[in-house]
Design a protein. Structure first.
Length: 202
C-alpha cells in the first residue's frame, strides 16, 4: 500500500495495490489518475453519493463462492430508467480486482478482458442482433446510454466523470458480456450472475 495526498484538501489517499488506475478523495470528491511513482493527475470532482440500501459498503469484507474479498470502491451510473452501482472488489489472494454490479437487487460478478478484435461502432448495435467480440458471439439484450453520478474509493479503471457513454450487454456461451464505449477506450467485461448465497459477508 502506498499513501499520497489529495492536491485539493491534503487528505491522505491510500493506494491499495499496483492495479489501481484512479482514486477519488473521500473528503472532497476530487478524482485522480494514478501515475505510478510519478504521483497523481487530477481529473476533476465527482458528486458525493447518497446511501441506498445495499448488502455492501466501503471496506466490507466477505467471500464469493469461498474466495475472500474486500470492497475498495463504488461508482453509481444513471440511465433513462434509473441507476445501477458497481463495486470494485480486491481479492485476498492478490488477483487483479474485479467488479460487482448491483442492479435492482441482482448481482453480477464481472472481470475485465482485453479487447482483441474489432468491435462494431455503438451506432450499429441493435437489440436482438448478434455482435462478435473476441471469441464471443454476443446476443444483444440491452443497449443504452449512461452517465456517472458519483464515485468513492479506488478503481482499476479510469472512470468517465463527465458526459455520457454508450453501452450494451448480452449473452454468449452462458456468460454475460458487457461493452462500454468510453470517450477514449472500449471496455469489455465478462461476468456471471450470482445467487444470494454465493456472497457471504463478514
Amino acid at each position: 500500500m502506498k499513501t499520497m495526498n489529495c492536491e485539493s484538501c491534503g487528505a491522505p489517499l491510500e493506494i491499495e495495490n499496483q492495479f489501481i488506475r484512479s482514486v477519488t478523495c473521500q473528503f472532497c470528491g476530487s478524482s485522480y489518475i494514478v501515475k505510478g511513482d510519478d504521483g497523481l493527475d487530477m481529473k476533476g470532482k465527482t458528486a458525493s453519493l447518497a446511501d441506498y440500501p445495499s448488502r455492501l459498503s466501503m471496506g466490507q469484507t466477505g467471500t464469493i463462492k469461498g474466495k475472500g474479498f474486500s470492497v475498495m470502491g463504488r461508482v453509481r451510473y444513471s440511465y433513462d430508467e434509473g441507476f445501477w452501482e458497481e463495486w470494485q472488489i480486491n481479492w485476498d489472494d492478490g488477483s487483479p480486482p474485479d467488479w460487482l454490479e448491483e442492479d435492482e437487487g441482482y448481482w453480477t460478478l464481472y472481470r475485465r478482458e482485453r479487447v482483441r478484435s474489432a468491435i462494431s461502432p455503438y451506432e450499429d448495435i441493435r437489440v436482438g442482433g448478434t455482435v462478435a467480440v473476441n471469441k464471443y458471439n454476443v446476443f444483444v439484450t440491452e443497449k443504452r446510454e449512461g452517465q456517472m453520478m458519483g464515485s468513492e474509493g479506488q478503481f482499476s479503471s479510469v472512470l468517465p466523470i463527465q458526459g455520457t457513454f454508450g453501452f450494451f450487454s448480452g449473452n454468449a456461451d452462458g456468460k454475460i458480456v458487457s461493452i462500454n464505449y468510453w470517450e477514449d477506450e472500449i471496455e469489455l467485461s465478462v461476468g456471471e450472475d450470482l445467487e444470494h448465497s454465493d456472497m457471504v459477508l463478514s
